[in-house]
Write a protein that binds this ligand. Structure first.
Ligand code: NDP
Ligand code: MG
Length: 398
């Protein structure tokens, strides 16, 4: 059977790699919906190649260009930030790859759960912002979430055939990012250009900065907590600079299972699109003799204080992680624009946590208003103009 796929964020790093996987398996996969933020040129190119039923551009100013290019080919077009959520109601696809950045993934994912779609989840921020709510919605839905994030895909693969009651610990590996070997003082003055050079992975700008602050690892701990419904005390991170072991699971008998491979996101993408099955790859396989050593280190929360935000958010619960995510979205932009320093990212997040109203049992509307309240507060704090993701007033479509 040919799986019909919707890709939210088709023009990004995960989106383009997903289309690459789809191109390799034309009998198995078909892209039915493509959605992008503002890169209309690439979206048109992708749509002309893959011939989806629908192409969506979030940036409404680019709509005419999209429609004029695609309507002669019978491809439907839509624009605006709610169009992605509305598209989740369609019945011409069964799996959605959520590969937009940040909070923008939340409402379409919730709509996809409500309509019973299978979800290949790259957008970890969805679970960071509202993991407890997402899990509650999943219990009443036929949706299933298969992770695309490489660490979570690794853990998912290690858990196949195992009884979850026998899990002692999830061990999430981290490359350590570009500043792993830097001292405190050197880290305080790093530039955006330095932070954008990730040693192992080529990813979008936001996750690359999150990797440099190691907030990405804190987010992945929160993601794992909800994805695998596991007690936070049983999740730990270990720095593994070669990024060959993608993560591990320790069991009660002392056995540790790991998933290894060369760093290539197309493996977890193939696994998720294939419904947790193994599809052949034409890439060069891992050759362990290429690696003189596989090494491991403890992460250093004094050097990377963002690591402390995972235990903080998981202990505190409520809307705490939603505040952290929104503050970080603004802080990353301010850092990239040169308006705050690298340590200023953590400082912006802690100021937001001190100032934004804590809600112990948030509803979806509470998450939405927390997000925009935090965006407004941190934008004022850092002198940042809102982006496409951040410019809406309270948008309660869901
Ligand atoms: P990119 O920045 O490369 O791509 C983001 C995509 O989302 C682009 O297609 C962009 O469109 C689109 N987009 C951005 N904002 C909006 C919006 N408001 N509405 C609709 N579309 C939008 O990011 P990545 O591919 O690196 O990351 C995507 C997600 O996957 C993130 O959540 C990240 O944490 C996660 N992830 C990524 C990994 C990677 O290796 N890249 C690994 C693990 C997880 P456009 O460019 O047209 O503006
Ligand atoms: Mg990851």
């Amino acid at each position: 059977m040919q799986h019909k796929i919707a890709i939210l964020g088709s023009t990004g790093s995960i989106g383009t790699q997903t289309l690459d996987v789809i191109s390799h398996f034309p009998d198995r996969f078909k892209a039915s919906v493509l959605a992008a933020g503002s890169n209309v040129g690439l979206l048109i190119e992708q749509a002309l190649k893959h011939r989806p039923a629908l192409a969506i551009i979030a940036d409404e100013t680019k709509y005419t260009q999209l429609r004029d290019a695609l309507s002669p080919f019978g491809i439907e077009t839509a624009a605006g930030t709610t169009a992605m959520s509305e598209a989740m109601e369609r019945d011409d696809f069964d799996t959605v790859v959520t590969a937009t950045v940040g909070y923008s993934g939340l409402l379409p994912t919730i709509r996809a759960i409500r309509t019973g779609k299978q979800i290949a989840l790259a957008n970890k921020e969805t679970l960071v912002v509202a993991g407890e709510l997402v899990n509650r919605l999943l219990t009443d839905s036929s949706s299933r979430v298969i992770p695309v994030d490489s660490e979570h895909s690794a853990i998912y693969q290690c858990l196949v055939g195992e009884n979850n009651d026998t899990v002692n610990k999830l061990i999430i590996t981290a490359s350590g990012g570009p500043f792993r070997t830097f001292g405190h003082e050197a880290i305080a003055s790093v530039t955006a250009q330095q932070a954008l050079k990730h040693p192992r992975w080529h990813m979008g700008a936001k996750i690359t900065i999150d990797s440099a602050t190691m907030l990405n690892k804190a987010f992945e701990i929160i993601e794992a907590r909800w994805l695998f419904d596991i007690n936070p005390d049983k999740i730990e991170a270990v720095v593994h600079p070669q990024s060959i072991i993608h993560s591990m699971v320790e069991f009660i008998d002392g056995a540790v299972k790991a998933q290894l491979g060369i760093p290539d996101m197309r493996l977890p993408i193939r696994y998720a699109l294939g419904d947790a099955s193994r599809l052949p790859s034409s890439e060069r396989p891992l050759s362990l003799s290429d690696y003189a050593e596989l090494s491991f280190e403890k992460p250093d929360p004094e050097k990377f204080p963002c690591l402390t935000l995972a235990p903080y958010a998981l202990n505190k619960g409520g809307n705490a992680a939603c505040i952290i995510n929104a503050a970080n979205e603004v802080a990353v932009k301010a850092f990239l624009d040169g308006r705050i320093s690298f340590p200023g990212i953590y400082d912006t997040i802690t100021k937001a946590l001190e100032n934004i109203h804590f809600i112990a049992r948030p509803s979806l509307d509470d998450y939405v208003s927390t997000h925009y309240e935090t965006i407004a507060f941190t934008s004022r704090l850092t002198g940042t103009a809102p982006t496409l993701n951040q410019s809406q007033t309270h948008n309660t479509e869901h």
